[in-house]
Ligand binder design. Sequence first.
Ligand SMILES: [Zn+2]
Length: 106
Amino acid sequence: MIPSDLGLTEVERGEKCWHFQWRSRSDQATCPVCHTVSRHSAKRYTDHTVQDFPLDGKTVYHRMTNTRYIGDQPDCPVYPFVEPMDGFAVSGARLSNLLGAPSIDA
Ligand SMILES: [Zn+2]
């Protein structure tokens, strides 16, 4: 599932694939390393494309614009961090959890 703080801004239906464009509207995020919640957006964004389950016989690509946050934990090595896509994809992953997770037994 797409995290609820991502808003759909554009859908493009190609011959062989769907492109969904998402933009983050979050106002806080949890650092994936130190697990500290930050409300301080770095006002910087990271674009990232994740492939998901096919729809209607076409490959599905989600283009996400994720917010970077400035962590509150001074000892944390990731600074600023990109908000995690909880339950959808691991940070930096090219495949969604549905497609890529080894933990799913069909
Ligand atoms: Zn951190």
